[in-house]
Design a protein around this ligand. Structure first.
Ligand code: SF4
Length: 413
């Protein structure tokens, strides 16, 4: 394997910026604190999450029949239901997924199952929106807990991005700018991207998307993950850090001068993933000291200094493939979401591969973890009784422009 490849990857949102609480101090094999998850988005701050409680009676988490109830409801629904499980979901949920994968793969898997009337998306809100955009009109996408949002997606609202475009227009550069939006963005942002001649990208094809965008224009506005944008521009495109500027939507003019905007090639939106943004250079140095000979493998949503210090960088699919191909006896420290790392550690332990979480302080994606077995049981049983609950539906105009941006991605060379 060559060193340092970067590869393979409620209602409409207008809420204010939200930051997910990530402070979790459990060791790798310990479950997340239900209390922390309960506080997050459950009436503690109704504006801080997508924020509606499920309109029904959730089964108790201690109900010993939950597994059997989920199995029975799924069996009753048969081919009418297709359950998608994102890699970062809990084991208790993943066991009921018909397919697992990253957000884009799952949306495509759903589109390839037109006979499924209900798509139950065990992931977060923007993923369910993407599935609704890519599936047929008669397919209904259900998110088992409407409070499962994504803090990164929330860091770029439609209003903020429209304001940014005004700033670029006033600076006289909007016509040179091509927007490239990460899959981890709301349908509104995908639609903005489609409307302004841009494309969507995943962590697998970000370089190809940037190559394409620089053929269409002279500058890129990269939304909403500054780290993926910066890492791809600098590692893969040969741009320098000075070619990139950071647009802060909370400051007038993005906190940038007209000259800075005119000189920049990459205008990075000031957004980040609350989970991957936690890893630090110190985490890398510590693990190298703790485990001599360890291979450090991180996701490109990590900060630039972490990615620069890592041995390998790539999407969740890339991480899985790298570990599949790793020789017995090799040691790995992985910088991505904990549910996936723990699952991979268990899967590859019998093959003699030692896999640890990159940081000593472990951290789940809190909003991904909101989808638990009680919510899944509730959603499946409701559907089996003929009650459509927690449907995620993107309006037609937004869908049309968002689809345009997604189709440009699919057409990337
Ligand atoms: S891991 Fe990060 S990008 Fe993914 S859903 Fe959680 S907060 Fe969003």
């Amino acid at each position: 394997m060559s060193r340092r490849p970067i590869s393979g990857p409620a209602s409409r949102r207008t809420e204010r910026v939200r930051v997910v609480t990530t402070a979790q101090t459990q060791e790798l094999d310990v479950q997340p604190s239900p209390l922390a998850l309960l506080l997050l988005g459950r009436e503690a701050d109704p504006r801080s999450e997508r924020g509606v409680d499920c309109p029904g009676d959730l089964p108790s988490p201690s109900d010993p029949d939950l597994v059997e109830r989920a199995r029975a409801a799924k069996e009753k629904l048969g081919d009418k239901v297709f359950v998608l499980g994102h890699h970062y979901q809990r084991d208790e949920v993943i066991q009921f997924a018909d397919v697992t994968g990253d957000s884009f793969k799952l949306a495509r898997d759903a589109a390839a199952r037109p006979e499924a009337e209900y798509i139950v998306f065990c992931g977060v809100h923007f993923m369910a929106e993407s599935a609704d955009i890519l599936t047929g009109d008669d397919q209904k996408v259900v998110l088992p807990d409407l409070a499962a949002g994504c803090s990164m997606a929330d860091m770029a609202t439609a209003e903020q991005v429209a304001e940014c475009w005004d700033v670029l227009t006033e600076a006289g550069i909007a016509e040179q700018v091509v927007p490239v939006s990460y899959m981890n963005s709301s349908a509104d942002i995908k639609a903005f991207t489609g409307k302004h001649g841009g494309t969507i990208c995943t962590s697998s094809n970000a370089k190809r998307a940037l190559d394409w965008a620089f053929e269409q224009g002279e500058k890129v506005l990269f939304l909403p993950d500054q780290h993926l944008g910066r890492n791809t521009a600098v590692r893969d495109m040969g741009l320098s850090l000075d070619d990139c500027v950071l647009y802060n939507p909370h400051k007038p003019g993005g906190g940038l001068t007209v000259e800075q905007l005119r000189n920049a090639e990459m205008i990075l939106w000031r957004g980040h993933c609350s989970v991957h943004g936690r890893f630090s250079l110190q985490s890398v140095n510590d693990v190298r000291e703790r485990i001599p000979g360890v291979n450090v493998l991180v996701h490109p949503e990590c900060r630039h200094e972490v990615v620069a210090a890592a041995d390998y960088v790539g999407s969740t699919e890339y991480i899985i493939k790298a570990l599949e191909a790793a020789p017995a006896g090799s040691k790995w420290a992985i910088g991505t979401e904990l549910n996936l790392v723990r699952r991979l550690a268990n899967r590859f332990a019998p093959e003699g591969k030692e896999i640890v979480f990159l940081d000593r302080t472990v951290c789940f994606c809190s909003t991904m973890n909101r989808i638990d077995l009680p919510h899944l049981v509730w959603a499946l049983e409701s559907l089996a009784e003929g009650n459509l609950v927690n449907r995620i539906e993107v309006d037609k105009e937004t869908e049309a422009f968002a689809k345009l941006a997604l189709e440009r991605m699919l057409a990337l060379p």
